[in-house]
Design a protein around this ligand. Structure first.
Ligand code: SAM
Length: 247
């Protein structure tokens, strides 16, 4: 049985698509997707030797070595044109994830990919920004809690109207706040434009925890009573007020 986190990623993969799971570790996700019949075949990519070996072992033990190809290499360098319809990347920071996505894009590896299912552990804003920049239309965002940790999953597709779709999505005028366009976009990149349209208890909890963390940092900043610390603290306060108002 998959963890709740991996299950919600699996549930967003379009049935029938050939997936490539980048940073697959034990290849749990590709094994599940093929075993359950959701995907006909899969590629598991791993950069590091230990996890790559774990993936090879996991796939062999599941008896799926003929349909899941475990490849050793950096990010999407393991893919060839037309290899995959869906790319999944999960369980790493948004900064590394957007670097992997950008390198894949630059290398032409995403040209024939139709959908992305992404689960950044932190730095979700960077991933959302990348999706807009590279014209993927954000279709769905999930937030959930497992073992005391909160996770977000983003589902985006390649669409001819991605620009206008994203333009409307990141228009913050639906929020009950008066914001400049850039402040509104920044808030939506951080908190999720779809999540914020229907705020769940989990989203509220995530940002309450985040606010408590920012509050502690502010306290520490004020202890080092320099003008730089005071300026930073003021900027933090402003951000915190915005988040607080949205909640
Ligand atoms: N995707 C699995 C999950 O969500 O449960 C495993 C997540 S694990 C924490 C992150 C994995 O990404 C590690 O196994 C690591 O070796 C791999 N990784 C890190 N950088 C990578 C890269 N540039 N290309 C491929 N894999 C990478």
């Amino acid at each position: 049985k998959l963890s709740k986190r991996l299950q919600s990623i699996a549930d967003l993969v379009t049935p029938g698509s050939r997936i490539a799971d980048i940073g697959s570790d034990h290849a749990l996700l590709p094994v599940y997707l093929v075993q359950s019949g959701r995907c006909p075949s899969a590629i598991a990519g791993e950069l590091n030797k230990g996890p790559w070996q774990a993936a090879v072992r996991g796939v062999a033990e599941a008896g799926l070595a003929n349909v899941i190809d475990v490849r050793h290499g950096d990010g999407m360098s393991v893919l060839n044109a037309g290899d995959a319809d869906t790319v999944t990347i999960a369980g790493m920071g948004g900064s590394l994830m957007s670097m992997i996505l950008e390198a894949g894009w630059q290398g032409g590896k995403l040209q024939q990919v139709k959908e992305l299912v992404l689960q950044p552990n932190v730095g979700e804003d960077l991933v959302r920004r990348w999706l807009v920049e590279r014209r993927f239309a954000l279709q769905n965002e999930i937030i959930m809690e497992e073992d005391g940790r909160i996770y977000e999953v983003l589902h985006a597709i390649k669409a001819a109207n991605a620009d206008s779709h994203n333009e409307a999505l990141y228009d913050s005028s639906f929020l009950p706040l008066k914001l400049t366009e850039s402040a509104g976009r920044k808030l939506l990149y951080a908190m999720g434009p779809l999540l914020l349209r229907e705020p769940s208890a989990c989203l509220v909890r995530k940002w309450q925890l985040e606010l408590a963390k920012l509050e502690r940092i502010c306290g520490q900043m004020l202890q080092s009573d320099t003008s730089e610390a005071r300026e930073k603290e003021a900027a933090f306060r402003q951000e915190m007020n915005l988040i607080g108002e949205v909640l």
